[in-house]
Design a protein around this ligand. Structure first.
Ligand code: IPE
Ligand code: IPE
Ligand code: MG
Length: 250
């Protein structure tokens, strides 16, 4: 049995710095090449009819980088959004940014808000950019909202379940990621979508992000197509040779 196309692909775009270093270029040249490659992958997702693409652009830990690199990354983000927002809109792409944007320069916050507003009603592809995002932050901010409901007397602590928490998490309302891709050779999650990746198929490649082209993407999709997603069941149940059992308490 083969899986069809993933509805939602979540990517950690890693390896820009090493790509630049190999060419004896400054790290920012790698980030620029990385942005170019975002265009390629977004285009491919739209062509294929993938519903959601979530890209990790800046983690809550990336503030630890040298201040000049952080500043250049922010400038690049503003520039890319300014340049691309109209084109995304023309192509029917909806842009959403997840993460704690309050830490960003005001100019970047404004650029994000206007790109989101412009593309809000588009339906071709939802492009989610995770910026100043951390999976632990995401879970903590959702928990805080439930705590506020408890304090207001509208929620009992006993009613705090995964189902109660998940509407408050980033990406709620979108299908869960089916396929996770990390370029750049590291095999770790780096505080990306910790909750949302619970049953996502993971794919790691040594290819550095600026080199991760449509052909590399196809290899990842092919790997996904061959996986058996069991969600806790047996292979026979998934293949329909045996019925799935009821989950106690559900
Ligand atoms: C990923 O590339 C981009 C960001 C984290 C912004 P890196 O900058 O982490 O590239 P490497 O890992 O140093 O090669
Ligand atoms: C993860 O890459 C974050 C982004 C790609 C935005 P890093 O390069 O920051 O990850 P670590 O620190 O090596 O795990
Ligand atoms: Mg890295």
């Amino acid at each position: 049995m083969r899986n069809g196309l993933p509805r939602h692909v979540a990517i950690i775009m890693d390896g820009n710095g090493r790509w630049a270093k190999r060419r004896q270029l400054p790290r920012i040249a790698g980030h620029r090449a990385g942005v170019e490659n975002v265009r390629t992958v977004v285009r491919r997702c739209a062509e294929l009819g993938i519903e959601v693409l979530t890209l990790f652009a800046f983690s809550s830990e990336n503030w630890r980088r040298p201040p000049t690199e952080v500043r250049l990354l922010m400038d690049l983000f503003v520039m890319a959004l300014d340049q691309e927002a109209a084109k995304l809109h023309e192509n029917g792409i909806r842009l959403q940014v997840i993460g704690d944007r309050t830490a960003f320069p005001k100019r970047l916050q404004r650029t994000i808000a206007s790109a989101e507003a412009l593309t809000r009603d588009n339906r071709a592809l939802t492009l989610v950019i995770a910026a100043n995002y951390g999976g632990r932050w995401d879970i903590a901010q959702a928990a805080r909202k439930l705590a506020e409901d408890v304090r207001a007397g509208t929620l009992e602590p006993a009613d705090i379940t995964p189902e109660a928490l998940s509407p408050h998490l980033c990406l709620s309302g979108l299908p869960e990621p089916d396929l996770f891709i990390r370029s750049g050779g590291e095999e770790r999650i780096s505080n990306y979508l910790l909750w949302q990746l619970a049953y996502t198929e993971l794919y790691f490649t040594d290819c550095l992000w600026p080199d991760f082209d449509a052909a590399q993407f196809e290899v990842a999709l092919e790997s996904y197509a061959c996986r058996q997603r069991r969600f806790g069941m047996t292979g026979d149940q998934v293949e329909g040779r045996e019925a799935p059992a009821a989950v106690p308490g559900v």
